[in-house]
Design a protein around this ligand. Structure first.
Ligand code: GLV
Ligand code: GLV
Length: 326
């Protein structure tokens, strides 16, 4: 029988499915991540693990993982895993794309609307007893309908955000490593270079994966290209945006607002300067957080894990299959 470690409490039906093929050990907490020492110990005896984006799986953690066949990440992003180090040891790495696309696009659009129309600030204003009268320019924001949206990263989630933007009569620009002709044809999105996108967009959505190449992709210079009335939305990974530069741009009113679901350090420290700004809507990485989608992600992560354990090529393998797997 295989040995599996699950790094956070998951619903019974998911665990039971894995128990049909493996002996399962699970970190039972919901709100506390597994300590690194425990993870290291578990990795020494596990044939497979199911982990979250909160687990940093570096090369040194894999040193003793001599039985490990598969790391199944319950997320579409897998920047928390040293994939090259895993490949070197013949360990498969899988993710959960597709099932969270629409849910994450919904949240991206919610952040866009919330920042444009100052939803969170306005609600706080009312609840804090500040609402004395209706007034012509009180809590006025930016229009969404008919404006220009710039999408950085036209993958599945980028396309899903674009579909929503079509309904808002938006002019949609995108930048991506390669042209997405299908999206151009179906959605009328227009490919532009990175600088043009930043100069012309009223809303910029960052949806690109976090890799060494996209680290600080949005930095001081890039922010300086944006309009004073423009808003930056990041639902990808914190590291894609330089947070110090973003803070300076917001404090200096070089851009209008920011909607952030992700941070360089998560949980973001409460004394982080960005959290002090009223024009920042900050969320605790809830892009894919609907009950239905989280269930589908857990199911897919379990399916990937079981395939990998049984020597079948998992559907969502992100590294090359080892030679004993076809
Ligand atoms: C969440 O951020 C994910 O990558 O699935
Ligand atoms: C993720 O699903 C993406 O490709 O955007």
């Amino acid at each position: 029988m295989y040995s599996v470690f699950i790094t956070r409490s998951l619903p019974d039906p998911i665990v039971e499915k894995i128990e049909q093929v493996a002996k399962v050990s699970m970190w039972e907490e919901e709100e506390v991540p597994v300590p690194q020492e425990r993870l290291e110990k578990e990795l020494e005896q596990a044939d497979g693990i199911l982990c979250l984006l909160t687990e940093t799986i570096e090369e040194k953690l894999l040193l003793g993982a001599d039985r490990l066949k598969i790391i199944s990440n319950m997320a579409v992003g897998y920047n928390n895993i040293d994939v090259a180090a895993a490949s070197k040891k013949g360990i498969m790495v899988t993710n959960t794309p597709g099932v969270l696309t629409e849910t994450t696009a919904d949240l991206t659009f919610a952040l866009l609307m919330a920042t444009a129309r100052r939803i969170v600030e306005s609600s706080t204003y009312l609840k804090n007893g500040k609402w004395q009268t209706w007034s012509p320019f009180q809590l006025t924001g930016q229009d969404v309908y008919g404006t220009t949206l710039g999408i950085i990263g036209m993958g599945r989630i980028g396309e899903a955000v674009a579909r929503r933007a079509v309904g808002f009569g938006m002019n949609i620009l995108y930048n991506n490593r390669s042209r997405n002709m299908e999206a151009e044809k179906q959605l009328g999105v227009i490919y532009t270079d990175f600088e043009t996108l930043l100069r012309q967009s009223d809303f910029v959505c960052v949806l690109t994966p976090y890799t060494p190449e996209t680290r600080n992709l949005i930095d001081r210079e890039q922010l300086s290209w944006m309009k004073k009335t423009a808003t930056l939305i990041n639902t990808s990974r914190g590291g894609v945006v330089n947070e110090d530069a973003l803070y300076e741009a917001l404090v200096g009113h070089k851009i209008w607002a920011a909607g952030l679901d992700v941070f360089e350090e998560e949980p973001v420290p409460l004394n982080h300067p960005l959290l002090s700004l009223p024009q920042v809507v900050a969320l605790p990485h809830i892009g894919s957080a609907s009950i239905q989608t989280r269930m589908r992600m857990a199911e897919l992560a379990a399916a990937n894990l079981i395939d990998g354990l049984q020597g079948k090529k998992p559907k969502h393998l992100v590294n090359p299959a080892p030679s004993n797997i076809e």
